[in-house]
Design a protein around this ligand. Structure first.
Ligand code: GLN
Ligand code: ZN
Length: 771
């Protein structure tokens, strides 16, 4: 039996890599200094795994930005627009230009597109494919990293994105070809890499093929067989690991076990039930890597549960053919729980239930020892300790709250329904709200200036007391309300100055959440996030936003919109419990948000927005699982929104997703108004809503908030015309794409003034038309 790790976090302790990259980009350190930081992190990671006793230690899991971009550079799949940079600059600068664009020295070259890595919050750089594209070994990173490891005495296991997964992640940039046709052209480069690695003494190679656990078409399946057969032919002795993760093999099972490889890795956290199926058909020569430790969450492994899976396997195929591993790369876990040593932030009672990457490495090794014939006494002690921690989690009053559980149990379908259908609510709402045609509003946040962030930092450090901090925020809120009144916005917002982050702000006030000090995970490039941890039953001890909404409303006769984050988004952007279904946790959050919605209404807030930007990204990877997810996700939103009177108007907001294939479900959410991002696609997104005849009101974003560019009134009038061509004017709102918190005041002011003018112009034009 052996142990291995699919990949280790590369951001280094205290986000060392992030800091070094940013310093390099701003010219504060040299390329050599940056490369040194990378080398250092790799060596530390190797050493840590070696000392823990891991048998197969990965290399090439390190990356300065993204492992898919690394592969693109390795294959020389460099888009033409970087040609000049490729000629003039170092490989690293070319690499960063592809990741981030290049706007210097008279050049203006856009970055490559970035998108989500399967269903994680990690983002990769999307490969660009052309029909007649040529590939060649360009970057020698993988070979160099293997040699680096060798130098420190480690015969590492190079990790490389599988050829099929690499292709399937990419995008065809011209019509008239299928990217799978490129497989035969890319293969020689893979072969060359493997040859060099083998010559230098590599014994193992890990191909990451998560697509093997996803829905595949016939052509992809065929190509899988062809490519791996060819690789096997050329390398009869190399030990090939194919790693699947994030899903079970399901209908690809027979394909997966028929590939001529040595080891198949299974994600037994996401899909433990696949083990039985695999064991039924496993060929005699195939070894299995059992991904029993959750690579993308922060919970301690339940050893007994893992040992059951391991024993089930040894009973069938014996000890020799087994590897033990985390379910996927530990890239998605924070680095080291030992760094969490502030009892008031993370209590030791909760901490004992957790494991970060470093701890998961130890767990992997301990599991191997426990699975061996005669584990020694100290190993058995570890098992006993583990049992105790798992047991305490099952019963701890910190986690389990019978009131919350009872309330979930008595929640009925009725609780997820507004009293009347939208057509009737609309009349009651219009009676009270009295809004003009093309009402204007914003998505919630206003610029979080340096000063605002500074106040919060000072308040946290104790340099400002609560009253001082509160006064400053109130002033900023009042200024924002006054300014919105002045330029004539119809539905105002308070600006969200009191919030750090749209999930954290609520997590901090809800029971069942904790925060870490150093639980950073890479989101993209140098950007890291520190997700809240949902560890227990969720409820709302006190109102969370009423104070600010009530204050803002007290300042003005216009309507101020209450602003909440929805249950699905809170769930999606946190580390979640693994001791109950996500749907149940989501329902608990929904009930907490419902309480807040109802309290806002009681406080006189008649328009309440519940943001759900993450609803689409929560979609399962397999299409056959969509229905179930959408059913509970939509229900959770409705539970949060349905406790109010007909006349109270519920808004929701979504951005940066494809809506076409879930439009029915968006309609099922039954929000009175939805604001969505649209301007980047020039209102094309609206077609989905138009074809579907979306029944409720809709605010298609009329300008892109991700750019400092100030849009002109005329531009926005044009967009509104486009919108009216497909959606009746009576249903339309006018608003930006998303929150304004990353913008500066100066551009925000100009843009919103023009937006209000655009709305008025659109009304005038409509009046002329109808007379
Ligand atoms: N209300 C939030 C804001 O304006 C919405 C942010 C989002 O969609 N991500 O900042
Ligand atoms: Zn948004």
């Amino acid at each position: 039996m052996q142990t291995h790790i699919l990949g280790y976090p590369r951001i280094g302790s205290n986000r060392k890599l992030k800091k070094a990259c940013e310093q390099y980009w701003s010219g504060k350190i040299t390329l050599d200094e940056l490369l040194d930081v990378g080398k250092n992190i790799r060596q530390n990671n190797w050493k840590l795994q070696q000392e823990a006793g891991i048998d197969l230690i990965p290399c090439n899991d390190f990356s300065f930005y993204d492992q898919v971009l690394d592969m693109t550079l390795t294959l020389g799949a460099i888009p033409e627009r970087y040609e000049e940079i490729a000629l003039k600059k170092s490989e690293t600068d070319l690499y960063f230009a592809m990741a981030r664009g290049f706007q210097k020295e008279g050049l203006d070259i856009t970055a490559m597109e970035m998108t989500k890595w399967f269903d994680t919050n990690y983002h990769f750089i999307v490969p660009e494919f052309h029909k007649n594209q040529e590939f060649k070994l360009f970057s020698r990173k993988i070979i160099n990293e293997f040699l680096d490891a060798k130098q420190v005495g480690i015969n590492a296991k190079p990790v490389i994105i599988g050829l099929l997964t690499y292709i399937l992640l990419g995008k065809e940039k011209e019509e008239g070809f299928n990217k799978l046709e490129l497989a035969q052209k890319i293969l020689p480069v893979y072969i060359q890499i493997l040859k060099e690695l083998e010559t230098h003494g590599a014994e193992y190679i890990q191909f990451d093929e998560p697509f093997l656990a996803l829905d595949l078409d016939e052509k992809s399946k065929e190509t899988y067989s062809l490519i791996y057969a060819e690789i096997r032919k050329q390398f009869p002795h190399l030990k090939i690991i194919v790693a699947t993760y994030f899903e079970g093999l399901r209908d690809n099972l027979s394909l997966a076990v028929s590939l001529p490889v040595n080891v198949l890795h299974l994600d037994l956290v996401r899909s433990p039930e696949q083990l039985e199926e695999v064991l039924k058909v496993i060929p005699e020569t195939l070894h299995l890597s059992l991904g029993v430790i959750d690579g993308r969450n922060i919970w301690k492994n339940d050893f007994e549960k893992s040992l059951r899976l391991i024993r089930q396997t040894t009973d069938k195929i014996g000890l020799e053919r087994i590897l033990i591993a985390p379910s996927c790369s530990l890239l998605h876990s924070p680095s080291d729980l030992d760094q969490e040593n502030n009892e008031s932030v993370l209590s030791s009672e909760i901490k004992q239930w957790m494991a970060f990457a470093k701890q998961k490495v130890s767990e992997t090794v301990t599991l191997k020892k426990l699975a061996a014939e005669n584990p020694d006494y100290s190993t058995l002690l570890l098992l006993a300790e583990n049992k105790k921690a798992i047991e305490s989690r099952k019963t701890s009053p910190l986690i389990h709250n019978s009131e919350v559980k009872d309330r979930v149990d008595v929640t009925t379908e009725e609780d997820a329904k507004r009293n009347k259908p939208f057509s009737m609510r609309k009349i009651s709402q219009q009676d009270i709200l009295n809004l003009p045609l093309f009402p204007t509003t914003t998505i919630g946040s206003f610029p979080q200036t340096k000063e605002v962030r500074n106040w919060r930092a000072k308040f946290k450090k104790g340099e400002l007391n609560a009253k001082q901090y509160d006064d400053l925020l109130k002033k900023e809120t009042e200024r924002t309300i006054r300014w919105q009144e002045e330029i004539g916005i119809d539905v105002l917002v308070h600006g969200e100055f009191e919030r750090n982050d749209m999930v954290e702000y609520f997590g901090e006030q809800l029971s069942g959440f904790v925060f870490t000090q150093n639980g950073w995970v890479q989101s993209y490039g140098s950007r890291c996030v520190k997700p809240p941890v949902i560890f227990g039953d969720v409820y709302r001890p006190n109102p969370m936003t009423v104070y600010w909404s009530e204050y803002a409303q007290s300042l003005t006769k216009k309507w101020v919109k209450g602003m909440l984050t929805g249950p699905v988004t809170i769930l999606q952007w946190s580390f979640v419990r693994d001791d109950q279904p996500r749907s149940l946790t989501c329902k608990q959050i929904a009930l907490a948000i419902r309480d807040e919605v109802n309290d806002l209404e009681k406080a006189g807030i008649r328009i309440i927005q519940i943001d759900e930007p993450a609803i689409r990204e929560g979609l399962p990877l397999r299409k056959s699982d969509w229905k179930h997810y959408l059913q509970w996700a939509v229900e959770a939103f409705r539970i949060s929104a349905s406790g109010v009177e007909d006349a109270t108007q519920i808004h929701t907001h979504m951005c940066y997703s494809e809506f076409n294939d879930i439009i029915q479900n968006i309609a099922d959410m039954d929000a009175d108004v939805i604001t969505i991002e649209c301007s980047r696609s020039q209102m094309e997104l609206l077609n989905a809503f138009a074809d579907f005849k979306y029944p409720n009101e809709i605010g298609p974003g009329v300008y892109d908030i991700h750019s400092p560019r100030v849009p002109s009134k005329e531009e926005m009038v044009e967009l509104l015309k486009k919108a009216q061509a497909v959606i009746p004017a009576q249903q339309l709102w006018v608003n930006p794409d998303c929150g304004l918190k990353t913008r500066h005041w100066d551009e925000t002011e100009k843009a919103l003034i023009a937006m209000v003018e655009a709305s008025r112009e659109a009304s005038k034009l409509l009046a002329v038309q109808t007379h």
